[in-house]
Write a new protein. Sequence first.
Length: 159
Amino acid sequence: MASLMVLMQAPVQTAGHRIIRVAAQLGVCFVLSHLITVVVTCIADGFHWGINAWVLDTLGFGAGLFFTVQCWKASNCVSGTANKRNVWICVWACVTLCSRSIDTLMLFGVIKWDDVYATPTGPTLWANVVSEVTFGNAFALAALLGSCMLLFKSQPAAG
């Protein structure tokens, strides 16, 4: 647990370590803002989102939390020793960016998929824009970039 309290404790820091650190920080922002989004949505729209929306939301939140921890840990490891973790971060980020693209289009009403959820409006929409579009997309993109850099490029960062 102590390793989760600090970032970038690897003996040799690379640009990949810096970006995966940013991913971990964005992940924390995503997790916290997602919890706020759920509260805002329940207050504004009630609890009856449908089982599909609840299940997908819970799975996305759980995966985001898990990979926030993985990015945090990756920022503390020597590049070569965490390859398995970085591969999984990379795979998760690719899948997440694809699903977030669809989710973002659904949030703005470009794609309608009523079996998943109805297009939100008002405070629910804006809470989702902050948590899912802003923090979620940035988190996944930084995790993808950082994990790829740690996997394929291991030069120390300048400065």
